[in-house]
Ligand binder design. Structure first.
Ligand code: PHE
Length: 355
């Protein structure tokens, strides 16, 4: 093929060039116009043609290159326009695809609900350390030195004096009553000078007990405890606050029952049951046909505890209660296996209402 013929054939191909997108444009540029492109190659060959043909062939070559460049420009414009139209076709007012936000942990939901209910009758939240000393967990709470709860079997000790417990022994708190002793000792001065001083706190938090892990027990769980100290606080006040809580948490028709019990730090002490919210008190498998389910421990703060914390028990009295968040969550959501709460399986966690 002569150079002239090759120019003419290339010209035809250039006229037929098509491109749908930027990649195809680039491929055309490489084929024809780049340093190794076919048109550039013809220019290289042009150097070797006899002088008398140069004028005609040179002109034809220049026209070919020009035509190729013009065609590329118009194709580039076409591609840009198609891309722009695709963008305009997208509906920019459309609401975006929903992003999955995850859900709140059932224990967080229940803890928040407990706090919300009590905050409506004046309780505020107090928090304290999980790593505590013997004094705040047991000593100030009227536990005798040989009380079994202090035993290695129940309590995780971090440092322990061999054989005896000392106030400086360090341990993981077994209940959030330790926060109550901190709040009371911190308020002691106020109670000495102000006859109308009062404490009304909720103590939510994680607690630890040395138990074998099973469907019904774990080595850690969560509590919300409450404490009210003021002048003339009575057992009737306690009962009323707990009735209010039970009905807010489990429904208006819920009844409560207080059974005598024992805690070192309260006197008298009681265990509270609510009427079974599943059978309404008639008796079912859930309440083992008794019509009642146990939900918390409570009582009047033992005068020894008030005095140990620096609050005069002759002038002030108080009530306290404590409940397991897992227990309340079990009743509310009927979770059979406690371990589910700490396994982080999103198939379980995703079933609870999101925030
Ligand atoms: N501290 C008790 C527990 O952990 C609960 C409780 C708190 C009982 C306050 C009575 C009064 O089991």
């Amino acid at each position: 093929m002569t150079l002239n013929e090759r120019i003419n054939s290339l010209r035809e191909r250039v006229e037929q060039m098509q491109a749908q997108n930027k990649d195809e444009l680039e491929r055309l540029r490489l084929t024809y116009l780049s340093k190794k492109g076919e048109i550039t190659e013809l220019f290289n060959e042009f150097r070797t043609v006899p002088k008398e043909q140069k004028a005609q062939l040179g002109q034809a070559l220049n026209q070919l290159r020009q035509a190729a460049e013009q065609k590329m420009d118009s194709l580039r414009e076409q591609v840009a326009q198609v891309a722009h139209q695709a963008e305009v076709r997208a509906d920019l007012t459309r609401t975006p695809d929903p992003i999955s936000l995850g859900t709140r942990h059932p224990l967080s939901l229940v803890r928040e609900e407990i706090i919300n209910i009590f905050s409506r009758i004046g309780f505020t939240v107090a928090e304290g350390p999980e790593v505590e000393d013997d004094k705040h967990v047991f000593g100030l709470l009227n536990f005798a030195p040989e009380h079994p709860a202090r035993d290695m079997q129940d309590t995780f000790f971090i440092e322990k004096e061999e054989g005896v417990q000392k106030p400086e022994d360090i341990l993981l708190r077994t209940h959030t009553s330790s926060v109550q002793t901190r709040v009371m000792t911190a308020a002691a001065e106020r109670f000495k000078t102000d006859k109308n001083a009062s404490i009304r706190v909720l103590c939510p938090g994680r607690v630890y007990r040395n138990e074998a892990i099973s469907a019904r027990a774990h080595c850690f769980f969560h509590q919300v405890e409450g404490l009210y100290v003021a002048r003339n606080v009575s057992f009737a006040d306690l009962r009323q606050a707990l009735l209010y809580f039970a009905q807010e948490m489990f429904g208006e028709g819920t009844r409560i029952r207080l059974r005598p019990s024992y805690f070192p730090f309260t006197e008298p002490s009681a265990e509270m049951d609510i009427s079974c919210h599943i059978c309404g008190g008639k008796g079912c498998a859930f309440c083992k046909n008794t019509g009642w389910v146990e939900i918390l421990g409570c009582g009047m703060v033992d005068p020894n505890v008030l005095d140990a914390c620096g609050i005069d028990s002759k002038q002030f009295s108080g009530y306290a209660f404590g409940m397991g968040v897992e227990r309340i969550a079990n009743l509310k959501y009927r979770v059979k296996d406690l371990r589910l709460f700490s396994e982080n399986d999103i198939r379980f966690l995703g079933q609870f209402q999101s925030c």
